[in-house]
Write a protein that binds this ligand. Structure first.
Ligand code: CP
Length: 318
């Protein structure tokens, strides 16, 4: 790929290819670069997991990582994202991993073929493709398939780029989707992906419970701020009482950071059905796969170095 900015164009076979490659990296697969490759992580919104795991993925692939701090960069003098990317491209960066608060910030950057490859680490309330793919890896690792599973997404769907990316891919993969959200955090467009139900019903029916973070930083409209933490937890959270009604085989996921005691009772974050920290582990390997596809797309991999997954993905049932 030249750039990796959305999951919208991925087919189920593409997803399986990415999941199997990520599993190969998890088992220790390696690649060889044609020449020294330089990556820079341009984060204009705060991040712990995505930033650190992209950096870990870059290190594991043998890339050189250039440092960048948005707060002390010339962005603070008014330099645009466009000019920032042109600048790091001119200096010699091969890959820019970008997180930005503007929806689809990348559209301008990918208009023309460029030397520098763009990986989207989250755009506003648009897409979070690397989170989505690490979620797919985590689900596949657990169940060995997607088709026929029931996945419930609960919480602040309207502001969630994770929910948008995940509902898009999960529907393509034959998953039944259930949603639970307060009216002000739900858009009618979600009805074309799944069914809206009450939280009690959702928790009882799901194979995968995906909780979403209450995004205080995006709630600028006062009408959104109608919940106390306790009220939200009781109406839309995974309480101890609700957790008892989960299927024994169901897993709990959350992109994190978690508001403990709000989306989920604090001690359930680390319970035996939680895969929240496994998601973070898988994030490193999924991001290695995303970077590998960019390295291949920009002819930066040694011939025959691309990792072999040993099977034709289109022969695999998802
Ligand atoms: N899940 C996620 O995107 O976390 P960070 O904001 O810490 O990167």
């Amino acid at each position: 790929k030249q750039n990796f900015v959305t999951v919208a164009d991925l087919t189920p076979d593409d997803v399986m290819d990415i999941v199997l490659r990520s599993q190969a990296f998890k088992r220790g697969a390696q690649i060889q670069l044609k020449r020294p490759v330089y990556a820079i992580n341009l984060f204009f919104e705060n991040s712990t997991r995505t930033h650190t795991s992209f950096e870990m993925a870059e290190e594991k692939l043998g890339l050189h990582v250039l440092s960048f701090d948005a707060k002390t960069s010339s962005v603070s003098k008014g330099e645009s994202l466009h000019d920032t990317v042109k600048t790091v491209e001119s200096i010699g960066a091969d890959i820019a991993v970008i997180r930005h608060s503007k929806d689809a910030y990348y559209e301008d950057l990918i208009q023309q073929p460029r030397k520098i490859a763009i990986a989207n680490a989250g755009d506003g309330a648009g897409q979070h493709p690397s989170q989505c793919l690490l979620d797919m890896m985590t689900i596949y690792e657990e169940f060995g398939h997607f088709r026929g599973l029931t996945v419930g997404i609960a919480g602040d769907l309207a502001h969630s780029r994770v929910a948008r990316s995940n509902m898009m891919l999960l529907k393509k993969l034959g998953v039944n989707l259930l949603f639970c959200a307060p009216d002000q955090w739900y858009d009618a467009e979600f009805d074309s992906y799944g069914t809206r139900v009450e939280m009690d019903e959702l928790v009882q029916k799901v194979d995968v419970l995906m909780l979403l973070r209450v995004q205080h930083e995006r709630l600028t409209d006062q009408s959104n701020q109608t919940f106390s933490k306790e009220t939200y937890h009781q109406q839309y959270g995974l309480t101890h009482e609700r957790a008892k009604t989960l299927k024994p085989t169901a897993i709990i996921m959350h992109p994190a950071p978690v508001n403990r005691g709000v989306e989920i009772a604090s001690d359930l974050v680390e319970c035996s059905q939680s895969r929240i920290f496994e998601q973070m582990t898988n994030g490193v390997y999924t991001r290695m796969t995303i970077l590998e596809s960019l390295l291949a797309g920009h002819n930066l991999l040694m011939p025959q170095s691309s990792i072999k997954i040993g099977v034709k993905t289109n022969a695999i049932s998802y």
